[in-house]
Every structure is written in C-alpha cells, then in structure tokens.
Design a protein around this ligand. Sequence first.
Ligand code: FRU
Length: 472
Amino acid sequence: MTSSSLLPAFLQAVMQGQPRALKDPHYPGWHLAPVTGLMNDPNGFIHFQGEYHLFYQWNPLGCSHQNKSWGHWRSQDLVHWQHAPIALIPGEDYDRSGCYSGSAVDNQGQLTLCYTGNVKFDDGSRTAWQCLAVENAQGGFDKTGPVLALPEGYTGHVRDPKVWRQGETWYMVLGAQDKHKQGKVLLFHSGNLTDWTLAGEIAGSGLGGLGEAGYMWECPDLFHLDGQDVLIACPQGVTKQEKRFLNTYPVTWLCGTLQADGATFHHGPLAELDAGFEFYAPQTALAEDGRRLLIGWMGVPDGEEMLQPTVKNGWIHQMTCPRQLSLKQGRLFQQPVTELQMLRETESGWQGLASQAPEIPAERLEILLTRTPGKSATLHFGNDDLVLTWSDCELCLARRSQENGEWQYRYWDAPATGLQILCDHSSIEIFINQGEGVMTSRYFPAQPATLSFSGEAELQVRYWSLRACMVE
Ligand code: FRU
C-alpha cells in the first residue's frame, strides 16, 4: 500500500476508534497515548523553535505491530499537548514495511526527521534504509529519501538513528546486529546530514568488557550529561538475573567517555535504567535550559502486551511521564520534570503506622513517602492489582500475569529511603531515592482505584490528586 492509500483508512480508524478509547476507564488522564490503535516508541523528541515535539510509532489500524507511521504531538510545557498532522506514513519502496523509529534535528532552522525505512521480503529477510524527511509549510513532513544503506557486515536489523550535531559535524548512533548475530551500537559521522561515514562500533555484545550481551541492540541514544557520556540502549537477548533484566527486553545505560573521532567509548558496567514491568525504547531531548529530558514507551514488545485489556477497546500502550536526567557519582538518576507539578490539586498528608493509614484515591495521584527503618510496609494498588512491598533492603513490585494469573515480581535490590509515586488510570511510576531508581508499570484496576496500606512500618506521606489533562 502507498501512503496515500493508507490515509483514508487511518482517518476512518481515528473517527471510529477515538470515542471508544477515550471512554475506556483505563485510558490515561495525563499521559500520552494513541487515540486508537497501537503506539510504541517515542520518536523525534526535540525542543525546536520554542516548542517541544514528540513523535511516536503508531499503527492507527489496530493493536498489532504493523503499518508503523509517525504520529506527532507538540507542546509548550511538556504537560499540555496538541495533535499535529501525522508526520510519516509507509509506502515508498524504501520504507514500505514501516517508518521505524528515529530522531529529529534542527538543520539550519528546518525541522528534519531521521528515521529507518524498513523493508521486509517474502522470504522473511529484511533490509533497512536510514532516511530523512523535512517539515513543510503545512506542518507535515516531506520525505527526501534514504541517506544510508545497510553497512557491510551487518544483517537487515540496523535501525533507530539518533542524530545530533557537535560543532560542524553531525553524528548518528544506530542499533545493529552483526553477521555473527551480536547486538552492536554503530557510530557514524557526516558533514551535511546526507553523506555518512561509519566511524565504528562503540558498544555492544563482546565490546568494552561486556561479554555476551544480546543478539540485537535497539534504540540507542548517546549524550553528554554532567561531564560524562551516557549511552542508553535496548539490548535484546541479555541473560535474565535473579533480580535484574527480568523483562523480555531491558533498557540499559552505560556511562563513560566517548572519543568520537576514534569511535571509542570507554564505559563502565551495563546497568538497568528501569526495574518495572513496562519500559522500553526511551528517547532523550535537550531542553532550552539545558536539562536532558527523557520519555519512554510504557510497554515492552514480544511479552504479554497483547493480553492487556485495553485491546478490546481498540487501543494499546502509553508513554511515561517526561523525566529529567542527571548523573550523580556515576549513577543515572531520573526524576519527573518539575512542570508536572502544574497537575497537582490540594495537598494532603498523613503520618503513622502503615496498617492504620487511610485509603487514598489512586485514580490520578502523586504521593511522596518516607519510611522509618525497621519494619516493612506494603502498598496495595486497586484490588491488589499491584502490590509494592517496602522493606529495609529492597522494594518488590508484584502483579499477576495476564496470561496465567501467576504472581510476577520486579525488584529494586537496594535500600529505598524515599519514594515518589505517580499514578494514572492504568499506570504507576515509582521514583526511588530521588530518582536513583525507577519502576514503571501498567496495571488495570477497576476505577476509581484506591491505594491502601498494610504493615508495621511508620510512614510519612504527602499526596496530591492530579488533574486530568487531555491532549487537544
Ligand atoms: C523498538 C522497535 C524499534 C523499531 C520500532 C518499530 O520497540 O522495535 O527498534 O524501530 O520498534 O516500531
């Protein structure tokens, strides 16, 4: 199908699907989600000429991973968002199996998208083109075609360009799989955004002391932060450990020093960016005031995603809240952006034994908690749809499998002194120790959901209900 033949079907899907999605009690009240169909990765996150732009992988035609297009939202303040014209629809020879993930840059005042044109063949093989598209006067995007074919030595799994400029040089990192089925991150450079030279592999399986670290690395993002270089990426095929890397695919970060000219990245160990059930393919952008911001997809591919109950209402997945990154003593911290405080309604507070705490409405909630060490406390979200147990040495988040009802667990395997928890109609984001750790998860409680407590720990609690904040 061509772009122009998909468009009428997209329009019909939105007209029919949006009312159903917005009526779903699990549809988020203040997070970004598709108005119908499937949304996955955030794409093209940028602050450009006074406004934030966030694009997203979108299949308007259903809850399957097909027809990948780029939806587009814009915002002045990261809290209130507007729909913008759909930016990319597959249909050219070079992107006919999907306009896959990528980034946005300011090229001499022109908002330019760098994305992967994915091409699947009947025999099951595939190829990928890295492509550009430029903004037009109508706020849409005109494709200008491929600028990079598959590099020698890699399979058809080469994708997700994250592009930035340093001085006069453009750089691009790409996720890749080499011919030995090892996941890698490739660094390229260019003087003009169209002619690209491979500088080398800067991280991946078998590199930088990592050992065996997966068969494919997706969605790399490389940036300078607080005096160091940070590489975020999504390695697929990393061995699960007792309390780490438990999702089908984790999101990881590496911190070190990049020598872009020599394409060497000296880095420390592979660390997990989020310990919750749903977090993948995050992307960062630089705010005007220099903050490094991150938004992630609150989903994970190839697990139980299709069993989520929203599928029967024709939509699936949402984004995380926007977060600010910082590096403290070599550790990557994430905190909700301060702009989100605009959503707070009246403040309440409580202090005492967890077992005596009042029930709190948790439909849309921000709650700050500290706990006196010694005894543990358990937080029950909804009708035990999500259970967080907080003891001296760890946090344990439990939820039942949508497939077989068995309890599943995720861990923050270190002491937690304080928590900041953000709830929406079907999601929770737990920021641990001012953002040293995060656990992001979906859950599907009957609404209006409540939060109740048990356990003998002494808790100090401040909380706010949050305003709903719809996209216009
Ligand atoms: C990550 C990912 C990317 C790809 C996109 C396709 O979730 O698989 O690697 O570009 O999704 O939607």
